[in-house]
Design a protein around this ligand. Structure first.
Ligand code: PEP
Length: 250
């Protein structure tokens, strides 16, 4: 059975104090929360160490939003998987559309990052999704197909249980435009079929595939009701404890 994963992506927001405040609210909520759901917060690097102490012993997992593919070395300004493990981070977002768009991250680079994350037992959340132009050209399926095939290139089947995929149509991120639940489910089912082609039915039926793009308290239930959607990657709405709690508790 696939357990839904509700993940917050705080992006470049929150000081350490603000991060701890938000996390404390979520930890309090999670003490009484008994639905079968995984909860994750992906915070800026600067807050991870302090957050780990607050989240320790709670149901909430800790994630980073990016990492370098090398283990160490002369890469000024970068953070490695080893450093994230040292803090006790559980997951890492790889290939968020903002990384692809503003930092020119290619599928080839993301593939290296995923391999390194897996090597250090960090669960990568591989983000895929089409731009508005690609959707208007009816190219959404071929876009996510090549992102999946290239992103997972040469990754052995044994690692697939440690990988999460997030389908995030770029036109729905931070725009207030949500894909309809049917649109999201259609592409997520398609992604599952690509995983089936690559790794077989057992893997495709068990892999967690989230939807992301303007998820909020008011639309979470409808999105999560879809058969192939296993949770949400939430940006803006994860910055307010009340709103994120509504999503977790859909
Ligand atoms: C995201 O950052 O992954 C995201 C989906 O953002 P938002 O929920 O704000 O659209």
């Amino acid at each position: 059975m696939r357990v839904p994963l509700i993940a917050g992506n705080w992006k470049m927001n929150n000081t350490i104090e603000e991060s701890l405040d938000l996390a404390n609210n979520l930890v309090e909520f999670s003490k009484k929360f008994d639905k079968n759901r995984e909860i994750l917060i992906c915070a800026p690097f600067t807050a991870l160490h302090a957050l780990k102490k607050v989240l320790n012993g709670s149901k909430i997992k800790l994630g980073a939003q990016n990492m370098h593919f090398e283990e160490s070395g002369a890469y000024t300004g970068e953070i490695s998987a080893v450093m994230l493990k040292d803090i006790g981070v559980d997951c890492v977002i790889i290939g968020h559309s903002e990384r692809r768009q503003y930092f020119n991250e290619s599928d080839e680079l993301l593939n290296k990052k995923i391999k390194t994350a897996l090597k250090f037992n960090l669960k990568p959340i591989l983000c895929v999704g089409e731009t508005l132009e690609q959707r208007e050209a009816n190219a959404e399926k071929e876009t996510v197909r090549s992102q999946i095939i290239n992103g997972l290139h040469d990754i052995n089947i044994e690692y697939l249980k440690n990988i999460v995929i997030a389908y995030e149509p770029v036109w729905a991120i931070g725009t207030g435009k949500t894909a309809t639940s049917k649109q999201a489910n259609e592409i997520i089912s398609y992604i599952r079929s690509v995983i089936k082609e690559l790794y077989g039915v057992n893997v495709s039926e068990n892999i967690i595939i989230q939807y992301g793009g303007s998820v909020k308290g008011s639309n979470a239930s409808e999105i999560m009701a879809e058969s192939d959607i296993d949770g949400a990657l939430v940006g803006g709405a994860s910055l307010k404890a009340d709103e994120f709690i509504k999503i977790i508790n859909y």
